[in-house]
Design a protein. Structure first.
Length: 553
């Protein structure tokens, strides 16, 4: 293909005319004659075109494969491989990715794009050790991209080898890497208090009935509009907005989408609204915009809900927690000042379905069923070991697992197989219908919490469905969520002191069906009015805490 034609194709790509590119490339050359560069452009065009379907994705993957195989030792071939690895997860192909990676690594050595793609591959494969390995190689090779550092810190939350001081240390490093923009390019922050407090939230997750929405709704339903003007800054793409987004827009006075704005424009867009307090409900997770908070959006900035640990930013003034999560003597391990809510750090709005008192499977089916619907990335090797020990020691026991995230379960299955309990583990498919997901809790006698990264949404769901949750005592915010939840529902017995105690409590409950049924009845009767689901009480506590800060009380 001549240079003029290649320049034309590149121009079309910049103009996002993907259909024209596909037709042009496929018509003017036999695919076997294409270069790796053109295979890359063709594959990218098939994924980026409007209404790309599964067949387009499969075709694009094959384009990237051919690009790599055509030029294994060129940079364009390497780019094709990176694209192949990243995209092949969409149709659960990864064996070739592992083979191709070894080939490329032996020739190229370290490459940022390749290692980032492999970290994502191992995340999908539920291999946290390998995920962290590739992320660690990235940061040790001076990859200063914010997303890489956020991922590195976040995935270490799934392992117990980081103490809270390690999280603070690395969060501080992340804070130093965030850009600080020239003040002459930024609108001044308004420091004069408004007649009504202008309270803002920032997130990219108000869509698809995201779990965060059930917690945010609790305070929005009871806000005093005479005292507060509510703003929401959305970092979710406009085309991803749905019925959930629409419902939340009605709860805010002002809704602004900043997803397409560069940092300086986004900062100025928020600052011009003269916000008094802004609450980040993403932290370093999701489509975070942590760099915006580094440059300060409002006189007071607070971290809450989406990320249960320190941001490391001096500019984030407060983190909302409770006394079950952060001990007084540990406050210096969080860069933020701690706002201790009187009961629990968050509250769930509950579900509009009829609650029924479930029976226990051990009576009906002569065996006990444990379960966990947590993200499979939270099921560490330590968790697999403890759960396997439970299954071994309790005759005919079962473990029901389901994740809301897409994962390949082969590696997780292999771990249970090595522990000799795979026949006792049942993997349930993801439920598209949310009510079907909730009803699946009826098949569980006891929910097993993950550690050190506890479940939050799943624990609230289990308790709402009258299923007790067995958790393990932790060492920081992230690993103590289960403690706070159980203490606030008066289920301290279900907080194990260590892994041995965790196993013993599971065994004790399996041998005491009457005690277990009594627990379920207690949850059924008390959960809706407990601090876990009492939205009105939580809302009062929440806004009192904000007013104490705002009015310097």
């Amino acid at each position: 293909m001549d240079k003029d034609k290649i320049l034309e194709i590149k121009k079309l790509f910049i103009e996002k005319k993907y259909i024209e590119i596909i037709i042009l490339i496929e018509n003017i050359a036999e695919k076997n004659d294409l270069t790796a560069q053109l295979f890359n452009i063709l594959g990218a065009s098939k994924t980026l075109k409007l209404n790309a379907n599964k067949e387009d994705i499969i075709s694009a993957i094959e384009c990237f494969r051919k690009g790599y195989l055509k030029e294994k030792k060129t940079n364009q071939g390497l780019e094709a491989l990176t694209n192949f690895i990243s995209l092949s997860l969409n149709i659960y192909q990864y064996k070739d990715s592992l083979i191709y990676f070894e080939e490329a690594y032996s020739f190229f050595g370290y490459n940022r794009g390749l290692f980032l793609a492999m970290s994502r591959l191992y995340k999908y494969l539920n291999n946290i050790d390998k995920t962290i390995y590739f992320l660690e190689r990235l940061v040790k090779n001076n990859d200063n991209r914010i997303s890489t550092w956020c991922s590195y810190i976040y995935f270490n939350s799934f392992k117990k080898n980081w103490a809270q001081k390690d999280f603070l240390k690395h969060a501080r490093i992340l804070a130093q890497k965030l850009p600080v923009y020239p003040s002459d390019k930024l609108i001044n922050i308004n420091k004069i208090k408004n007649s009504k407090m202008k309270l803002a939230f920032l997130s990219g997750d108000i869509k698809k009935k995201h779990s965060i929405t059930y917690f945010l709704k609790t305070i929005l339903n009871y806000v005093d509009k005479e005292k507060y003007e509510l703003f929401f800054f959305s970092n979710s793409k406009v085309e991803e907005e749905d019925e959930t987004t629409k419902n939340f827009k009605e709860l805010f006075d002002v809704w602004v989408n900043i997803s397409e704005l560069q940092d300086i424009s986004a900062i100025n867009e928020i600052r011009k609204n003269k916000i008094d307090i802004i609450i980040d409900i993403m932290g370093i997770t999701s489509s975070s915009r942590i760099s915006l908070f580094k440059n300060r959006l409002a006189p007071t900035q607070i971290s809450w809900l989406g990320y249960c640990n320190t941001t490391g930013l001096n500019e984030v003034d407060y983190i909302i927690a409770d006394s079950n999560l952060i001990n007084k003597e540990e406050e210096d391990l969080y860069s933020e000042k701690v706002i201790f809510l009187p009961n629990i750090w968050n509250c769930h709005s509950g579900f509009n379905i009829e609650r029924k008192l479930p029976d226990i499977n051990i009576k009906n089916h002569k065996h006990i069923t444990f379960g966990s619907f947590n993200n499979f990335n939270k099921i560490s090797d330590e968790v697999v070991g403890v759960w396997s020990e439970i299954l071994k020691k309790i005759d005919k026991s079962r473990l029901l697992l389901k994740s809301s995230h897409l994962h390949d379960i082969k590696i997780l299955k292999e771990k249970f197989k090595k522990n000799g309990v795979i026949d006792s583990v049942v993997f349930s498919e993801r439920k598209e219908n949310f009510e079907d997901h909730l009803n699946l809790y009826q098949k569980i006698d006891i929910a097993l919490d993950t550690f050190p990264y506890n479940g939050v949404t799943t624990s609230f769901e289990a308790i709402w469905m009258s299923v007790p949750v067995l958790t393990l005592r932790g060492f920081n915010f992230t690993s103590r969520c289960g403690e706070s939840i159980n203490k606030n529902i008066n289920m301290e017995y279900l907080i194990a002191n260590d892994e041995n105690d965790y196993v013993l409590k599971a065994i004790e409950l399996s041998e005491a069906p009457d005690k277990l049924l009594k627990m379920k009845k207690k949850l059924f009767e008390n959960a809706p009015t407990s601090p876990l689901f009492n939205s009105q009480k939580f809302s009062i506590d929440f806004f009192k805490a904000l007013e104490k800060i705002y009015y310097n009380l």
